[in-house]
Design a protein around this ligand. Sequence first.
Ligand code: SF4
Ligand code: SF4
Ligand code: SF4
Length: 308
Amino acid sequence: MKIDRRYFLELLGVAAGAALIGTADGAEASGLPVSPGAVGCLVDTTLCVGCRKCEQACNERQSLPEPEKSFDDLSVLESVRRPDDKSYTVVNRYQPLHMTSTDNLESSTYVKFQCMHCINPACVSACLVGALAKQPEGPVIYDASKCIGCRYCMVACPFQIPAFEFHSALAPEIKKCTFCFTYLKKGELPACAQVCPMQVMTFGKRVDLLKAARWKIETNPGKYLDHIYGEHEVGGTSWVYLANRPFEKIGLPSLTAAAPPQLTETIQKATFQFFAVPLGLFGLLGAVMWATSRKKESDSDHDAGGEE
Ligand code: SF4
Ligand code: SF4
Ligand code: SF4
């Protein structure tokens, strides 16, 4: 059965972020880590053609550096890439094992990947100074002014998303997808979702996206695996995926439904067990960050890019 997209959007009851982001109830009020009104994105990998328009839109909206190869150059799909400090999202191509790059690429699966904006984010619980925070609306947001550069978030993330600006000698920051939060609050869509010519991404309330994903699976027998990736993995993620091939074969790791507090607790336990060392370390890092933030203030006419 062909999906009637209009019906699909009616099911979601949304087409843009304006009404949504304002309806998220306070997480504190509900006692849940995130509001039932929190937003997310459903990525239907069966629709993606690997055009990289989403990468380009993200690059432009976030004022990221120009890539070495243009976004029209699809040769980058010959190797698997990861998001980094200069690319908050990447699209990778996965082919069945027997295929070569010269075979018909129609059976390839293209997968857009970025921060999953986990419901119970390991990066947030690993961060000792609250530089990463889960918003009641759904996004996981980084505050450079609080960051001490310890990079525990990088160790903790089950998707290896936070990237550190190693090349920046003065004020390195953690970089990752922001879910275009600044724009969501203004009623705009994430740039990547807005630009996609194949409408691979559907933005909406996470609870509705899960219903829509289930509806897609049930009304298209055989088209999708009966698995919504991110519904349960690591306690649930805001970005959820549909596919017709096992997720571990298309770059999305097999993870249990348990939120990953184990590693973060280990980090924190070690931190407090050997408190004297981190205290000295944090003092040193704090001094460095203070000095660099002063330097940044004095360079305030230089736009660091991003959403601000
Ligand atoms: S813009 Fe859409 S179709 Fe193109 S690569 Fe990105 S997700 Fe796929
Ligand atoms: S994917 Fe990683 S960086 Fe993103 S919210 Fe989850 S734990 Fe944090
Ligand atoms: S939501 Fe925004 S920051 Fe995240 S990948 Fe899409 S365009 Fe980039």
